[in-house]
Design a protein around this ligand. Sequence first.
Ligand code: F3S
Length: 394
Amino acid sequence: MHLTKDEEKILNSEKGEVMERLFRLLVRLGDIYGADRMIPVGSVQVAGVSYKSIGDPGKAFLEDIASKGVKVKVLTYLNPAGMDLENWEKLGFPRDFAKNQLRIIDAFKQMGIVITSTCTPYLAGNLPRFREHIAWSESSAVSFSNSVIGARTNREGGPSALAAAICGVTPNYGLHLWEKRQPAVKIKVDADLSFNSDFGALGYYVGKQVKNKIPYFTGIKNANTDQLKALGAAMAASGAVALYHVENLTPEADLVEKKGLETVSIGKKEIKDTYDKLNSGKNPDIVIFGCPHASLREISMIAERLEGKHLKKPVWVCTSRMVKEAAERMGYNEIIAKAGGSIVADTCMVVAPIEEMGYKTTGVNSGKAANYLPGFCKQEVCFANIDDLIGGQL
Ligand code: F3S
Protein backbone atom coordinates (compact mmCIF):
# COMPACT_ATOMS: atom_id res chain seq x y z
CA MET A 1 0.00 0.00 0.00
CA HIS A 2 1.25 3.46 -0.84
CA LEU A 3 1.96 5.55 2.29
CA THR A 4 2.65 9.28 2.34
CA LYS A 5 5.78 10.71 3.98
CA ASP A 6 3.72 11.72 7.03
CA GLU A 7 2.27 8.24 7.29
CA GLU A 8 5.77 6.72 7.12
CA LYS A 9 6.70 8.98 10.04
CA ILE A 10 3.83 7.55 12.11
CA LEU A 11 5.13 4.04 11.42
CA ASN A 12 8.60 5.16 12.51
CA SER A 13 7.12 6.13 15.87
CA GLU A 14 7.72 9.85 15.29
CA LYS A 15 4.17 10.61 16.47
CA GLY A 16 4.26 8.45 19.56
CA GLU A 17 3.93 4.80 20.45
CA VAL A 18 0.09 4.66 20.53
CA MET A 19 -0.27 6.30 17.09
CA GLU A 20 2.28 3.86 15.71
CA ARG A 21 0.47 0.87 17.22
CA LEU A 22 -2.95 1.93 15.90
CA PHE A 23 -1.72 3.04 12.49
CA ARG A 24 0.13 -0.26 12.08
CA LEU A 25 -3.21 -2.02 12.65
CA LEU A 26 -4.77 -0.03 9.78
CA VAL A 27 -1.81 -0.77 7.49
CA ARG A 28 -2.07 -4.47 8.26
CA LEU A 29 -5.80 -4.43 7.47
CA GLY A 30 -5.13 -2.56 4.24
CA ASP A 31 -2.47 -5.07 3.22
CA ILE A 32 -4.75 -8.03 3.92
CA TYR A 33 -7.60 -6.58 1.84
CA GLY A 34 -5.47 -5.10 -0.96
CA ALA A 35 -6.00 -1.39 -0.24
CA ASP A 36 -3.95 0.96 -2.43
CA ARG A 37 -3.76 3.81 0.14
CA MET A 38 -5.31 5.42 3.20
CA ILE A 39 -8.28 7.74 2.78
CA PRO A 40 -9.50 10.42 5.21
CA VAL A 41 -12.73 9.68 7.06
CA GLY A 42 -15.42 12.21 7.92
CA SER A 43 -16.61 10.47 11.07
CA VAL A 44 -16.24 7.33 13.12
CA GLN A 45 -18.53 5.18 15.23
CA VAL A 46 -16.76 2.90 17.69
CA ALA A 47 -18.18 -0.44 18.84
CA GLY A 48 -17.02 -2.46 21.82
CA VAL A 49 -18.44 -0.12 24.45
CA SER A 50 -20.53 -2.34 26.72
CA TYR A 51 -18.71 -3.83 29.69
CA LYS A 52 -20.80 -6.94 29.00
CA SER A 53 -19.11 -7.32 25.57
CA ILE A 54 -15.52 -6.25 26.26
CA GLY A 55 -15.06 -7.12 29.95
CA ASP A 56 -11.91 -6.32 31.92
CA PRO A 57 -9.42 -6.87 29.06
CA GLY A 58 -11.26 -4.32 26.89
CA LYS A 59 -11.47 -1.86 29.76
CA ALA A 60 -7.72 -2.19 30.42
CA PHE A 61 -6.93 -1.67 26.70
CA LEU A 62 -9.02 1.51 26.53
CA GLU A 63 -7.73 2.92 29.81
CA ASP A 64 -4.17 2.32 28.64
CA ILE A 65 -4.76 4.25 25.38
CA ALA A 66 -6.56 7.06 27.20
CA SER A 67 -3.74 7.37 29.75
CA LYS A 68 -1.27 8.16 26.93
CA GLY A 69 -3.16 11.34 26.11
CA VAL A 70 -4.08 10.58 22.47
CA LYS A 71 -7.17 12.29 21.05
CA VAL A 72 -9.46 11.48 18.14
CA LYS A 73 -9.04 13.51 14.94
CA VAL A 74 -12.63 13.36 13.65
CA LEU A 75 -16.19 13.40 15.00
CA THR A 76 -16.46 10.08 16.83
CA TYR A 77 -19.54 8.52 18.43
CA LEU A 78 -19.99 5.38 20.50
CA ASN A 79 -22.09 2.27 20.09
CA PRO A 80 -24.62 1.52 22.87
CA ALA A 81 -23.15 0.93 26.31
CA GLY A 82 -24.33 -1.76 28.71
CA MET A 83 -26.68 0.54 30.64
CA ASP A 84 -28.45 3.88 30.72
CA LEU A 85 -25.53 6.09 31.74
CA GLU A 86 -27.72 8.34 33.89
CA ASN A 87 -30.69 6.28 35.07
CA TRP A 88 -28.97 2.94 35.61
CA GLU A 89 -29.69 2.76 39.30
CA LYS A 90 -33.41 3.43 38.96
CA LEU A 91 -33.68 0.86 36.18
CA GLY A 92 -32.06 -1.82 38.35
CA PHE A 93 -28.65 -2.23 36.65
CA PRO A 94 -26.14 -3.99 38.94
CA ARG A 95 -23.82 -1.57 40.80
CA ASP A 96 -20.60 -3.46 40.03
CA PHE A 97 -21.43 -3.57 36.35
CA ALA A 98 -22.17 0.18 36.42
CA LYS A 99 -18.83 0.99 38.04
CA ASN A 100 -16.91 -0.79 35.29
CA GLN A 101 -19.11 0.62 32.54
CA LEU A 102 -18.54 4.18 33.74
CA ARG A 103 -14.75 3.66 33.73
CA ILE A 104 -14.95 2.55 30.07
CA ILE A 105 -17.01 5.61 29.19
CA ASP A 106 -14.55 7.84 31.00
CA ALA A 107 -11.65 6.40 28.96
CA PHE A 108 -13.51 7.22 25.73
CA LYS A 109 -14.28 10.72 26.97
CA GLN A 110 -10.60 11.35 27.71
CA MET A 111 -9.87 10.54 24.05
CA GLY A 112 -12.28 13.27 22.94
CA ILE A 113 -15.02 10.86 21.81
CA VAL A 114 -18.55 12.27 22.05
CA ILE A 115 -20.44 10.38 24.74
CA THR A 116 -23.42 9.40 22.63
CA SER A 117 -23.88 5.69 22.97
CA THR A 118 -26.12 4.86 20.05
CA CYS A 119 -26.46 2.63 17.00
CA THR A 120 -28.32 5.45 15.20
CA PRO A 121 -25.68 8.20 15.17
CA TYR A 122 -27.38 9.61 12.06
CA LEU A 123 -30.42 10.50 14.23
CA ALA A 124 -28.30 12.13 16.89
CA GLY A 125 -26.02 14.64 15.21
CA ASN A 126 -23.58 12.47 13.26
CA LEU A 127 -25.00 12.47 9.75
CA PRO A 128 -22.59 11.66 6.92
CA ARG A 129 -23.24 12.87 3.38
CA PHE A 130 -23.68 10.90 0.16
CA ARG A 131 -20.36 9.31 -0.85
CA GLU A 132 -18.56 10.47 2.27
CA HIS A 133 -15.99 7.96 3.53
CA ILE A 134 -16.55 7.06 7.17
CA ALA A 135 -15.44 4.26 9.51
CA TRP A 136 -18.40 2.94 11.47
CA SER A 137 -18.73 -0.26 13.45
CA GLU A 138 -22.22 -1.24 14.44
CA SER A 139 -23.77 -3.43 11.77
CA SER A 140 -27.16 -1.66 11.47
CA ALA A 141 -25.50 1.76 11.46
CA VAL A 142 -23.12 0.54 8.75
CA SER A 143 -26.03 -0.80 6.72
CA PHE A 144 -28.08 2.41 7.08
CA SER A 145 -25.21 4.74 6.24
CA ASN A 146 -24.13 2.71 3.20
CA SER A 147 -27.60 1.96 1.87
CA VAL A 148 -29.99 4.76 2.85
CA ILE A 149 -27.52 7.65 2.97
CA GLY A 150 -25.04 6.42 0.35
CA ALA A 151 -22.02 7.10 2.56
CA ARG A 152 -19.17 4.56 2.34
CA THR A 153 -17.94 2.35 5.14
CA ASN A 154 -16.80 -1.18 5.78
CA ARG A 155 -17.99 -2.77 8.97
CA GLU A 156 -15.17 -1.87 11.31
CA GLY A 157 -14.25 -3.80 14.43
CA GLY A 158 -13.87 -1.87 17.69
CA PRO A 159 -10.05 -1.55 17.48
CA SER A 160 -9.95 -0.62 13.76
CA ALA A 161 -12.64 2.04 14.27
CA LEU A 162 -10.72 3.48 17.22
CA ALA A 163 -7.56 3.47 15.11
CA ALA A 164 -9.42 5.31 12.31
CA ALA A 165 -10.71 7.87 14.83
CA ILE A 166 -7.26 8.56 16.24
CA CYS A 167 -5.42 8.51 12.89
CA GLY A 168 -8.26 10.16 10.89
CA VAL A 169 -7.94 7.66 8.01
CA THR A 170 -9.01 4.18 6.94
CA PRO A 171 -7.63 1.81 4.28
CA ASN A 172 -9.27 2.19 0.89
CA TYR A 173 -10.87 -1.20 0.15
CA GLY A 174 -14.23 -2.99 0.15
CA LEU A 175 -17.32 -0.78 0.30
CA HIS A 176 -15.22 2.37 -0.11
CA LEU A 177 -14.85 1.36 -3.78
CA TRP A 178 -17.68 1.80 -6.28
CA GLU A 179 -17.06 -1.56 -7.97
CA LYS A 180 -17.60 -3.34 -4.64
CA ARG A 181 -21.00 -1.71 -4.14
CA GLN A 182 -22.70 -3.52 -7.01
CA PRO A 183 -25.61 -5.89 -6.25
CA ALA A 184 -25.18 -9.65 -6.60
CA VAL A 185 -28.79 -10.81 -6.26
CA LYS A 186 -32.22 -9.41 -7.03
CA ILE A 187 -34.92 -9.77 -4.35
CA LYS A 188 -38.42 -9.53 -5.76
CA VAL A 189 -40.86 -8.72 -2.96
CA ASP A 190 -44.56 -9.43 -3.35
CA ALA A 191 -46.01 -8.84 0.12
CA ASP A 192 -47.70 -6.04 2.02
CA LEU A 193 -45.24 -4.56 4.46
CA SER A 194 -47.05 -2.34 6.96
CA PHE A 195 -45.33 -2.60 10.32
CA ASN A 196 -41.65 -2.01 11.03
CA SER A 197 -41.54 -5.63 12.21
CA ASP A 198 -42.62 -6.75 8.70
CA PHE A 199 -39.46 -5.11 7.39
CA GLY A 200 -37.51 -6.83 10.16
CA ALA A 201 -38.95 -10.20 9.15
CA LEU A 202 -38.14 -9.53 5.49
CA GLY A 203 -34.59 -8.50 6.40
CA TYR A 204 -34.05 -11.58 8.55
CA TYR A 205 -35.26 -13.85 5.73
CA VAL A 206 -33.22 -12.14 3.01
CA GLY A 207 -30.06 -12.07 5.14
CA LYS A 208 -30.27 -15.85 5.51
CA GLN A 209 -30.73 -16.23 1.73
CA VAL A 210 -28.04 -13.90 0.44
CA LYS A 211 -25.37 -14.23 3.18
CA ASN A 212 -22.93 -11.39 2.81
CA LYS A 213 -23.91 -10.56 -0.79
CA ILE A 214 -25.41 -7.20 -1.80
CA PRO A 215 -29.16 -7.46 -2.54
CA TYR A 216 -31.14 -5.27 -4.94
CA PHE A 217 -34.81 -5.10 -3.90
CA THR A 218 -37.75 -4.58 -6.22
CA GLY A 219 -41.43 -4.49 -5.23
CA ILE A 220 -41.04 -2.46 -2.04
CA LYS A 221 -43.42 0.33 -2.93
CA ASN A 222 -42.75 2.61 -0.02
CA ALA A 223 -40.77 2.61 3.18
CA ASN A 224 -39.83 5.32 5.63
CA THR A 225 -36.39 5.59 7.18
CA ASP A 226 -37.48 3.67 10.31
CA GLN A 227 -38.58 0.77 8.14
CA LEU A 228 -35.37 0.84 6.13
CA LYS A 229 -33.36 0.82 9.34
CA ALA A 230 -35.37 -2.22 10.54
CA LEU A 231 -34.78 -3.98 7.21
CA GLY A 232 -31.05 -3.30 7.15
CA ALA A 233 -30.51 -4.19 10.81
CA ALA A 234 -32.16 -7.60 10.45
CA MET A 235 -30.24 -8.37 7.23
CA ALA A 236 -26.98 -7.38 8.84
CA ALA A 237 -27.73 -9.65 11.80
CA SER A 238 -28.83 -12.74 9.89
CA GLY A 239 -26.54 -12.45 6.86
CA ALA A 240 -23.80 -9.87 7.52
CA VAL A 241 -25.26 -7.67 4.77
CA ALA A 242 -23.57 -4.26 4.99
CA LEU A 243 -25.19 -2.65 1.91
CA TYR A 244 -28.47 -3.07 0.04
CA HIS A 245 -30.27 -1.18 -2.69
CA VAL A 246 -34.03 -0.66 -3.08
CA GLU A 247 -35.48 0.31 -6.44
CA ASN A 248 -36.77 3.91 -6.37
CA LEU A 249 -35.93 4.35 -2.67
CA THR A 250 -32.20 4.26 -1.95
CA PRO A 251 -29.75 6.69 -3.56
CA GLU A 252 -27.48 4.29 -5.45
CA ALA A 253 -30.27 2.04 -6.77
CA ASP A 254 -30.46 3.89 -10.10
CA LEU A 255 -26.69 3.94 -10.51
CA VAL A 256 -25.65 0.32 -9.93
CA GLU A 257 -25.48 -2.45 -12.55
CA LYS A 258 -28.59 -4.66 -12.40
CA LYS A 259 -28.32 -6.76 -15.58
CA GLY A 260 -28.27 -10.55 -15.30
CA LEU A 261 -28.80 -10.86 -11.56
CA GLU A 262 -30.08 -14.12 -10.13
CA THR A 263 -33.59 -13.50 -8.68
CA VAL A 264 -35.10 -14.65 -5.38
CA SER A 265 -38.85 -14.10 -4.90
CA ILE A 266 -40.39 -13.43 -1.51
CA GLY A 267 -44.09 -13.35 -0.71
CA LYS A 268 -46.50 -13.36 2.23
CA LYS A 269 -45.69 -16.95 3.12
CA GLU A 270 -41.98 -16.31 3.66
CA ILE A 271 -42.77 -13.31 5.87
CA LYS A 272 -45.27 -15.28 7.95
CA ASP A 273 -42.88 -18.25 8.27
CA THR A 274 -40.20 -15.86 9.52
CA TYR A 275 -42.49 -14.50 12.25
CA ASP A 276 -43.17 -18.11 13.31
CA LYS A 277 -39.51 -19.02 13.23
CA LEU A 278 -38.42 -16.05 15.35
CA ASN A 279 -41.06 -16.71 18.03
CA SER A 280 -39.67 -18.99 20.68
CA GLY A 281 -41.62 -17.75 23.71
CA LYS A 282 -45.01 -16.70 24.99
CA ASN A 283 -46.08 -14.02 27.48
CA PRO A 284 -43.00 -11.80 27.62
CA ASP A 285 -41.92 -10.57 31.04
CA ILE A 286 -40.56 -7.40 29.41
CA VAL A 287 -41.19 -5.72 26.05
CA ILE A 288 -38.32 -3.73 24.56
CA PHE A 289 -38.62 -1.47 21.55
CA GLY A 290 -35.78 0.41 19.89
CA CYS A 291 -33.57 -2.00 17.99
CA PRO A 292 -32.03 -0.14 16.22
CA HIS A 293 -32.43 2.79 18.60
CA ALA A 294 -35.86 4.36 18.25
CA SER A 295 -36.45 7.54 16.29
CA LEU A 296 -38.70 10.29 17.58
CA ARG A 297 -41.42 9.08 15.20
CA GLU A 298 -41.25 5.57 16.64
CA ILE A 299 -41.39 6.89 20.21
CA SER A 300 -44.41 9.02 19.35
CA MET A 301 -46.16 5.91 17.94
CA ILE A 302 -45.47 4.00 21.15
CA ALA A 303 -46.62 6.92 23.34
CA GLU A 304 -49.83 7.19 21.33
CA ARG A 305 -50.59 3.52 21.96
CA LEU A 306 -49.68 3.66 25.67
CA GLU A 307 -51.65 6.78 26.52
CA GLY A 308 -54.06 6.03 29.37
CA LYS A 309 -52.91 2.40 29.71
CA HIS A 310 -51.56 0.74 32.87
CA LEU A 311 -48.95 -1.83 31.99
CA LYS A 312 -48.66 -5.04 33.94
CA LYS A 313 -45.15 -5.63 32.67
CA PRO A 314 -42.19 -3.34 32.04
CA VAL A 315 -41.78 -1.72 28.64
CA TRP A 316 -38.50 -0.15 27.61
CA VAL A 317 -37.95 2.06 24.61
CA CYS A 318 -34.24 2.18 23.82
CA THR A 319 -32.88 5.25 22.12
CA SER A 320 -30.06 7.77 22.09
CA ARG A 321 -29.77 10.46 24.78
CA MET A 322 -30.50 13.20 22.17
CA VAL A 323 -33.71 11.60 20.93
CA LYS A 324 -34.77 10.93 24.53
CA GLU A 325 -34.42 14.63 25.30
CA ALA A 326 -36.55 15.54 22.31
CA ALA A 327 -39.13 12.95 23.42
CA GLU A 328 -39.17 14.50 26.89
CA ARG A 329 -39.91 17.92 25.44
CA MET A 330 -42.83 16.45 23.52
CA GLY A 331 -44.22 14.85 26.70
CA TYR A 332 -43.82 11.28 25.33
CA ASN A 333 -41.61 10.35 28.24
CA GLU A 334 -44.34 11.30 30.70
CA ILE A 335 -47.03 9.37 28.83
CA ILE A 336 -44.85 6.27 28.66
CA ALA A 337 -43.82 6.62 32.34
CA LYS A 338 -47.45 7.07 33.47
CA ALA A 339 -48.31 3.80 31.76
CA GLY A 340 -45.43 2.18 33.64
CA GLY A 341 -42.83 2.12 30.85
CA SER A 342 -39.44 3.82 30.49
CA ILE A 343 -37.44 5.47 27.77
CA VAL A 344 -33.98 4.00 28.25
CA ALA A 345 -31.05 5.86 26.72
CA ASP A 346 -27.50 4.81 25.81
CA THR A 347 -28.08 1.04 25.79
CA CYS A 348 -30.17 -1.72 24.25
CA MET A 349 -31.72 -5.10 25.02
CA VAL A 350 -28.80 -7.00 23.54
CA VAL A 351 -25.81 -5.27 25.15
CA ALA A 352 -27.50 -4.70 28.54
CA PRO A 353 -27.28 -7.57 31.07
CA ILE A 354 -31.05 -8.24 30.98
CA GLU A 355 -30.59 -11.92 31.82
CA GLU A 356 -28.82 -10.90 35.07
CA MET A 357 -31.77 -8.61 35.82
CA GLY A 358 -34.09 -11.61 35.93
CA TYR A 359 -35.78 -11.38 32.51
CA LYS A 360 -36.35 -14.64 30.66
CA THR A 361 -38.77 -13.83 27.83
CA THR A 362 -38.56 -10.59 25.88
CA GLY A 363 -41.08 -9.16 23.45
CA VAL A 364 -39.59 -7.24 20.49
CA ASN A 365 -40.66 -5.86 17.13
CA SER A 366 -37.11 -6.05 15.75
CA GLY A 367 -35.85 -8.84 13.50
CA LYS A 368 -32.32 -8.11 14.63
CA ALA A 369 -33.12 -8.29 18.34
CA ALA A 370 -35.17 -11.45 17.79
CA ASN A 371 -32.11 -12.97 16.11
CA TYR A 372 -29.65 -12.07 18.88
CA LEU A 373 -31.59 -12.29 22.14
CA PRO A 374 -31.59 -16.11 22.46
CA GLY A 375 -27.80 -16.36 22.04
CA PHE A 376 -26.54 -13.16 23.66
CA CYS A 377 -29.06 -12.83 26.50
CA LYS A 378 -30.48 -16.35 26.95
CA GLN A 379 -33.97 -15.05 26.23
CA GLU A 380 -37.00 -16.64 24.73
CA VAL A 381 -38.45 -14.20 22.22
CA CYS A 382 -41.91 -12.96 21.27
CA PHE A 383 -41.45 -11.29 17.89
CA ALA A 384 -44.52 -9.31 16.86
CA ASN A 385 -45.68 -5.96 15.56
CA ILE A 386 -46.13 -2.96 17.84
CA ASP A 387 -49.92 -3.39 18.07
CA ASP A 388 -49.75 -7.02 19.07
CA LEU A 389 -47.02 -6.34 21.60
CA ILE A 390 -48.82 -3.45 23.25
CA GLY A 391 -52.44 -4.31 22.58
CA GLY A 392 -52.31 -8.07 22.82
CA GLN A 393 -49.89 -9.16 25.43
CA LEU A 394 -49.56 -6.48 28.06
FE1 F3S B 1 -28.68 -1.22 18.15
FE2 F3S B 1 -28.54 -2.95 20.08
FE3 F3S B 1 -30.11 -3.40 18.08
S1 F3S B 1 -26.85 -1.89 19.16
S2 F3S B 1 -29.17 -2.40 16.35
S3 F3S B 1 -30.30 -1.71 19.52
S4 F3S B 1 -28.85 -4.90 19.07
